[in-house]
Design a protein around this ligand. Structure first.
Ligand SMILES: Nc1ncnc2c1ncn2[C@@H]1O[C@H](COP(=O)(O)OP(=O)(O)OP(=O)(O)O)[C@@H](O)[C@H]1O
Length: 245
């Protein structure tokens, strides 16, 4: 499988009844790359990563994860992917340690439980049931579980939303230290994207409207920060749309 991009998306389309969520999106992510997916609310970010993870089937176009089709090669792709989705619900009555063991058991060569718990500072909570963890602790656990199987591709949706500043820094350091994994990071936090992402795709109304390094997006928009670039590029697109319609 050498030479395959970690993730390849070509002319992807997805609609929910008459609502088009993803329109003709194409990009590829290299092994080891941290790739940000940005966009306004409802732009199609979660739908895009769900299509990549094989949780939804595309209506058009194709997705490949290390050369495999997430729909057709479901089992193989599951072993290559680690997924942290927004507000993951896990088994309430299991403890942190039990959930970590459960997830490790799904994979042939999992990370050690102690390493996973340390990464997200939950070692002291090993014996605590999931439903007794705070919201931020639950989220940190979902990140550890996404990394349990040494995935080749990690999907992180809203990685550190709701986490305190120290936990955010800690998680950022863990993500930055990943070397083999390609990371798809959906985020609204521009500081996080600037810190972690090699390249960024900017989506608006289901379309890819900009793609490049954070510095390239800033330069393209003629602004001085990624936040300003986001507002300018998405705003510009909306104005063009309004003129056309
Ligand atoms: N299960 C669904 N059924 C119908 N429409 C959906 C469904 N999921 C998403 N949509 C619609 O598809 C579009 C894209 O949604 P998506 O969740 O991918 O956006 P997003 O960019 O992740 O947004 P946010 O930043 O708010 O999380 C939206 O218009 C949304 O209303």
């Amino acid at each position: 499988m050498t030479g395959n991009p970690a993730v390849l998306v070509e002319h992807l389309h997805k609609r929910y009844r008459d609502n088009v969520a993803v329109q003709d999106i194409s990009f590829s992510v290299a092994p080891g790359e941290v790739f940000g997916i940005l966009g306004t609310n409802g732009a199609g970010k979660t739908t895009t990563v769900e299509l990549i993870a094989g949780l939804r089937a595309p209506d058009g176009g194709r997705v490949r994860v290390l050369g495999l089709d997430p729909q057709r090669d479901r089992r193989a792709v599951r072993h290559l992917l680690g997924v942290q989705l927004q507000e993951a619900r896990l088994h309430d009555s299991l403890t942190v340690a039990e959930l970590v063991e459960l997830y490790r058991g799904f994979y042939p060569d999992p990370r050690p439980a102690s390493e996973l718990l340390e990464m997200v500072e939950l070692t002291a909570k090993r014996g605590t049931r999931f439903d007794r963890l705070s919201g931020g602790q639950q989220q940190r656990l979902s990140i550890a579980l996404a990394l349990a199987g040494r995935p080749k591709v990690v999907v992180l949706d809203e990685l550190t939303t709701g986490l305190d500043p120290r936990a955010r820094r800690r998680i950022w350091a863990s993500i930055a230290s990943l070397r083999e994994e390609a990371v798809l990071l959906v985020s609204h936090a521009m500081d996080e994207v600037e810190e972690l992402c090699d390249r960024v795709a900017l989506l608006e109304a289901g379309r890819l409207i900009a793609l490049g390094t954070p510095a390239e997006l800033v330069a393209e928009s003629g602004t001085s920060s990624l936040e300003e670039a986001f507002v300018a590029l998405t705003g510009r697109y909306v104005e063009v749309e309004e003129e056309v319609t």
